[in-house]
Design a protein around this ligand. Structure first.
Ligand code: GTP
Ligand code: MG
Length: 200
């Protein structure tokens, strides 16, 4: 890792998406490297943080994991207002969750910060036999809407760190270097080092 010209930035990131799409599970995977089969439905919202080093910039993500239940919808602007990044999560085995994700994206385009980095996560990518939402359709939608798109699995960890790393790289304050050298996760509980390509 380059050590010269180090700078630290804080980036507020919000997760939005349908009930049960796997928002909390993605955060738990990214922040603690864990997965649980029976994750409890989020009430209101939960806060986490995780630090990533991208080249010589240290990005501290301040993560708001929101509740997907409809009765909490009106709270969402509190969490996405002023956010540098948003991850909109759907479940690849559930078409209704993809429809819900597209509604969130419309809402963010209308009400969110105009230079917000937006990522669409097609989660539960380990459940290929139950897939209802095709990769191709989503790829086209993501491209047309200027979104980063990854199919992730909080269960197997596929593409999870990679997605946060790609988001960090797109933050306006992070200048991409010519030869990206990978990322370092510096979050608790254990100090971990990994390459951008190690887990996808
Ligand atoms: P709300 O908080 O209610 O909005 O839901 P959420 O989006 O936070 O979903 P949550 O992380 O609670 O996950 C819902 C269920 O899906 C849990 O039982 C998880 O174990 C399961 N789950 C989450 N991610 C994955 C995944 O990648 N693969 C599989 N197979 N199951 C997953
Ligand atoms: Mg949750």
């Amino acid at each position: 890792m380059a050590t010269t010209g180090n700078k630290n930035i804080n980036a507020k990131l919000v997760l939005l998406g349908d009930v049960g799409a796997g928002k909390s599970s993605l955060v738990l995977r990214f922040v603690k490297g864990q997965f649980v089969d029976f994750q409890e439905s989020t009430i209101g919202a939960a806060f986490f943080s995780q630090t990533l080093a991208v080249n010589d910039v240290t990005v501290k993500f301040e993560i708001w994991d929101t509740a997907g239940q409809e009765r909490y919808h009106s709270l969402a602007p509190m969490y996405y207002r002023g956010a540098a990044a948003a991850v909109i999560v759907y479940d690849i085995t559930n078409m209704a969750s993809f429809t819900r994700a597209k509604k969130w994206i419309q809402e963010l385009h209308a009400q969110g910060n105009s230079n917000m980095v937006m990522a669409l996560a097609g989660n539960k990518a380990d459940l290929l036999d139950e897939r209802k939402v095709t990769t191709e359709a989503t790829q086209m939608y993501a491209h047309d809407n200027g979104l980063l798109f990854k199919e992730t699995s909080a269960k197997t960890a596929i593409n999870v760190n990679d997605m946060f790393y790609e988001i960090a790289k797109r933050l306006p304050q992070v200048q991409p270097a010519q030869n990206p050298q990978g990322m370092v996760l510096t979050g608790r509980p254990a100090e971990r080092t990994m390459n951008a390509s190690c887990c996808s």
